[in-house]
Design a protein around this ligand. Sequence first.
Ligand code: GAR
Length: 296
Amino acid sequence: MLSPFPLGRPARMAVMASGRGTNLEALLEAFPPQNPWGEVVLVLSDNPEAYALKRASRRGVEAVAIPWRGRKAFEREALDLLRARGVDLVLLAGFMRLLSPGFVEPWYGRLLNIHPSLLPAYPGLHVHRRVLEAGERETGSTVHFVDQGMDTGPIVLQGRVPVLPGDTPETLERRVLFLEHRLYPRAVRLVLSGLAFPPGEGLKALLGEAWPRFQGLSPREKPLYLRAAALLSAWGLGGLVPAALMGQGGDWGRGAFLTAHLLAEDHPALRRELAELPEEVRLRAEEALRRVESPL
Ligand code: GAR
């Protein structure tokens, strides 16, 4: 199985946050009660003072503080609560603690994080200051599956913003946050649709002769290829995946890659190419785009 999603029912999501929770707010807004994608049923914090907890309570979402008395105790309580609430997907949103393998492993593929840089560049803290000091012209944000490293793990989706003359860490933070509030819900929709998943069991067989090529891709390129492969499988064309990933998939392969690109970021030139494909490809592509783009 490539992905545990789609579930065939609305997902039950938990958000873990340590601080002010603007990303939490964006997620609560994007997934309100009773919407078909699913809803946030639990907000957890390691910090009883976190404003994120207030944001959750204000919307009637269960908000629980598990004050940090060491990793082991926190993780045991958190894991128990996630299980008790029947959570399907956990979203870290400004959660500033590193989780141990004992937490991450059972949730691998169902645990996401958002980080304010174009990973794998600038993991860790004080990102905006470091980006400015390095003289970067562009920065952004990354939603990724959490693995055992810090801000590592397979990428789901990235968004970019420019660094402008005169920027300070504060102006950059505001720009990146604005981006994140759109990026995170979109990444969640991709995961819930089964179009984003960490490379794992079953993938090698699906990719066939394209497997070595896939392995040689950069961490930023891989999600595009995974989405294209997942789209073709969902369209009942799994047999075409190896050829498509080698650039020999004809109109369907092209349609899958154009769609995979457009699912991450809109682009008029790609829309136009899609419009020129045969109708059966175009209709499939448009259906996939409509699903992930229409917030509700
Ligand atoms: C966000 O920018 C998020 O990407 C970052 O913390 C901020 C939380 O803001 N996360 C990390 O740095 C994790 N390594 P918020 O509390 O307003 O959502």
